[in-house]
Design a protein. Structure first.
Length: 431
């Protein structure tokens, strides 16, 4: 890229590795490199392996651009992954990952007795439960999230988090503080990190980080986010009513709202991003149902013979087994996939229609809970590649389908870095 234009850096630490991107002020990704965690560690709970993967991905990305024009860095990590650290950031125990249950069920029961119903601190993988698990260890300075720890390698500060990662640890994003009820669970307030809004400036890079990567000393490190929030931001969705549907093994819908939405019966809570809120839910329908009936190649072949402009007249609610989370909250909810059409193409079409119907109902549920009206949809995941299914969804949902700028969470982190850089009074992209 030209030396006259600056750029920001976004880093995503995912479950299998790290990715770094360099992005211009216009939102263009000009360099992107990844590093597999397995190349550095055979243990996905190894923080040293995380850092080595981040370091490798970032170094390769910086090799593609003019490092002197770097302006800001932002990091996202897996939501709910936590570790106890000493003041210098040294890990004091093996981290508990985002999907690791809290070892002591009594801790979860204690949280359930004191946490408000709408708090994201509930559940077997609770971030607050992980804090309570780690806090008895000797020498603990803070218990922090994966993204916090990695950002600390650039600032030397291991006591700062962001509003998104802190949510499952009990942070109140409406009041913007750690709530008083945390003390009643036995949580030590002195072990909690300071919390900043996602994208807010933390500090400039430490001299050690500047030297290690050849970065200018004035490069800003901004508060990060979770991998899920970063993936949403990467798409380009940025206004209330903008939504992203993920058509993967399951169906996940997320929408930007001008007000927070909390509905624990649906597993629905809201992340605060700037002056907006990111709310969403996950259904048990999705690609897993399709895969149970058809191989990938067969789906592609049958899709060619389907007319997406007409309707089968069937009312499918495709599920693999009883039970639904969102937009219906019912562990005994029964699948509807009868009567089965004699023709495979018609059966596939009815499944497509059924999943699209669940998607429409999901957004209607968000609106009923207080979200703005659905104004646009961006689609990610494998299902987005099927033109026939997309045409059916467009007909069912009747809103503009917009292009996805990126499906890389690192690009979403970079967008937060742009936001943080813009808040810096002395910052200019064209020095």
């Amino acid at each position: 890229m030209s030396g006259a234009s600056g750029f920001v850096l976004g880093i995503d630490m995912g479950t299998s590795g790290a990715r770094a991107v360099a992005m211009t002020a216009a939102g263009e990704v000009v360099a992107s490199r990844s590093a597999k965690l397995a190349a550095f560690s055979d243990n996905h709970r190894d923080p040293v392996g995380w850092w080595k993967a981040v370091r490798a991905a970032l170094a390769e990305t910086l090799a593609e651009i003019e490092v002197a024009h770097a302006r800001a860095i932002c990091i996202d990590g897996t939501s709910g992954t936590m570790l106890p650290v000493a003041a210098d950031g040294a890990p004091l125990a093996t981290p508990l990952m985002y999907n690791d249950p809290v070892p002591d069920s009594a801790i979860i029961e204690r949280i359930a007795a004191h946490a408000p119903e709408e708090s994201a601190a509930h559940g077997a993988t609770s971030g607050l439960g992980k804090l309570l698990t780690f806090q008895p260890l000797p020498g603990v300075f803070r218990v922090i999230h994966q993204a916090d720890w990695l950002a600390g390698h650039f600032t030397g500060l291991y006591d700062v988090s962001d509003e998104n990662n802190a949510l499952k640890t009990g942070y109140d994003p409406v009041a913007r503080k750690w709530p008083d009820w945390l003390a009643r669970t036995g949580a030590r307030a002195d072990l909690l990190p300071d919390v900043l809004p996602a994208g807010s400036p933390i500090a400039t890079v430490s001299p050690a980080a500047a030297e290690a990567f050849g970065l200018p000393s004035e490069v800003l490190v901004v508060a990060g986010t979770t991998d899920g929030c970063a993936s949403f931001l990467a798409t380009g969705a940025d206004r209330p009513g903008d939504a992203v549907s993920a058509l993967g093994t399951t169906l996940t819908v997320k929408m930007l709202s001008d007000k927070p939405l909390f509905a624990p019966q649906y597993g629905l809570y809201s992340h605060r991003i700037g002056d907006m809120w990111l709310a969403g839910g996950a259904s048990n329908t999705g690609g897993a149902v399709l895969a149970a009936h058809f191989e990938t190649g067969r789906i592609a072949a049958l899709s060619e013979s389907i007319d997406p402009a007409t309707d089968t007249g069937l009312d499918f609610y495709p599920l693999l087994k009883p039970g639904e989370r969102f937009p219906v909250a019912d562990p005994a909810f029964l699948p509807r996939m009868e009567p089965r059409p004699a023709e495979d193409a018609e059966f596939l079409k009815a499944i497509f229609e059924g999943i699209a119907g669940v998607e429409r109902l999901a957004y209607e549920r968000l609106v009923s809970l207080g979200s703005p009206a659905l104004r646009s949809i961006r689609t990610v995941g494998g299902g987005a590649k099927n033109a026939t299914w997309t045409a059916i969804r467009k007909r069912k949902l009747a809103v503009p389908f917009l292009p996805v700028l990126s499906e890389e969470a690192a690009a979403g982190a970079a967008r937060l870095a742009l936001s943080g850089a813009e808040r810096r009074a002395c910052y200019e992209f064209n020095p």
